[in-house]
Design a protein around this ligand. Structure first.
Ligand SMILES: [Mg+2]
Length: 416
């Protein structure tokens, strides 16, 4: 389920380097540093190249090339059969790891995905997060990935490809054109050999040259796709991260990254209450309830832990969600622990709501449900900023008092 993402969009494109070959090297370290080709018979006489190590690429070996051609270019290469199930297994682990960073993932292929990193403390926070992801992939799976971080999918994809293997390319918002202009036009996502040839006919080799053509000319020449070209060469791409139905519909979550690490229990509680409020409200708006509550907590050193609790019956109550998340945090944290991020999620969603009835049930509604409904309605009328639960209000007041005492600054938060 999509949550509104306030503020700028930040996207990371993550692409594993020579994935099939990398898995083969992982399983047989003797292959490291050698020219390795996956696909084709052991003698390299039949079949097609599926993946080639960078050492083999240095000889001109490329994917989709007949193995026999590869053999001619690089006679010393080790040819290995495709082990599809092994690659799928590693692919699942990679995508599961992406999911630990953000629920907003768009898988592109077996070894590639877009991740929405808008909720990690602005662009700088997203870059830190992406670096940490790259490091985690290497440490936990033993594989290298190339990563691009940018304000949209198209630029992020170009960035991840630019310094392969083991690349990490960041394009800060506002610098997209400077980044794109000198690049060959073939770098633009969707410009294949055919389109590249017709652009060359117009004398267009770089993205900067393409940018000199007006929209009408591109529309006349390329039809509807001309408009896309017009936008992409300007670094404009409004396409959203597309989360697969089964993944997106299965959970609702929200998280906050703090500019200042939090250690006071009342501050942490306040954050959990706000997050629970957003998550349960999103669930209520969709007529859904969920049984599994997830708490995500990140320490200042980026170590991230996740805890789940599955309830006896589905809930969409702010209070139940909040109390469960707070309990999970209480169990995992030790005195003096500081946190830089908290997240709350609700999964195992259902639209069949069997909420346990309480003692003070009125008109088929529990007290908690009635509070939630009244709060939702009030927010719809007067806007969510204007209405804060009494508890939040108290915590905010305490924080203001503390701040006034020591003259510190506010806890600025970024939401996903
Ligand atoms: Mg790849």
């Amino acid at each position: 389920m999509r949550m509104e993402t306030p503020g700028e969009r930040i996207v990371a494109h993550v692409d594993m380097d020579a994935f099939y070959v990398a898995v083969e090297v992982l399983d047989d370290p003797r292959l490291r540093g050698k020219a390795v080709v996956v696909g084709g018979s052991p003698a390299g006489s039949r079949g097609v190249v599926c993946s080639a190590s960078y050492e083999a690429r240095a000889f001109g070996v490329r994917s989709a090339m007949p193995a026999i051609t590869a053999k001619k270019l690089c006679p010393g290469a080790v040819f290995l059969p495709v082990r599809g199930s092994r690659y799928s297994e590693m692919s699942s682990r990679i995508h599961a790891l992406f999911g630990r960073f953000t629920p907003r993932v768009q898988p592109i292929s077996i070894d590639e995905a877009f991740l929405d990193l808008s909720g990690f403390g602005g662009f700088e926070g997203a870059v830190r997060e992406a670096r940490f992801l790259k490091k985690t992939i290497l440490e936990t799976l033993g594989l290298t990935a190339s990563v691009g971080v940018a304000s949209n999918k198209s630029v992020a994809k170009i960035a991840s490809d630019l310094e392969k293997p083991d690349g990490f390319v960041v394009v800060p918002p506002g610098t997209e054109r400077d980044f794109l202009d000198p690049l060959p036009v073939r770098r633009i996502w969707g410009v294949g050999p055919k389109a590249g040839a017709s652009l060359a006919e117009l004398g267009i080799r770089t993205v900067g040259q393409l940018r000199e053509f007006d929209r009408d000319t591109l529309l006349r020449r390329f039809g509807k796709w001309g408009n896309q070209l017009y936008l992409l060469c300007r670094g404009i791409d409004d396409r959203d991260i597309e989360i697969p139905e089964d993944a997106g519909a299965g959970s609702v979550s929200a998280q906050s990254t703090f500019h200042r690490d939090l250690d006071l229990w009342e501050d942490l509680e306040e954050q959990l209450l706000q997050l629970s409020e957003r998550v349960s409200r999103a669930a209520r708006a969709k007529g859904l309830a969920g049984r599994t509550v997830t708490l995500r907590a990140r320490y200042p050193d980026f170590r991230t832990v996740t805890r789940n609790r599955t309830l006896a019956s589905p809930t969409r109550s702010t209070d139940v969600l909040y109390r469960t998340a707070a309990e999970l945090l209480r169990v995992l944290s030790r005195p003096g622990d500081r946190f830089r991020l908290l997240g709350v999620g609700l999964s195992r969603l259902t639209d069949r709501i069997l909420v346990q009835r309480g003692l003070f049930e009125e008109e088929g509604e529990t007290v908690g449900e009635r509070i939630d409904r009244v709060m939702d309605q009030a927010r719809d009328r007067i806007g969510s900023e204007a209405l804060v639960r009494g508890r939040l209000l108290k915590a905010a007041r305490r924080r203001r008092e503390r701040r006034a005492r020591r003259g510190g600054d506010d806890t600025v938060r970024h939401h996903e």
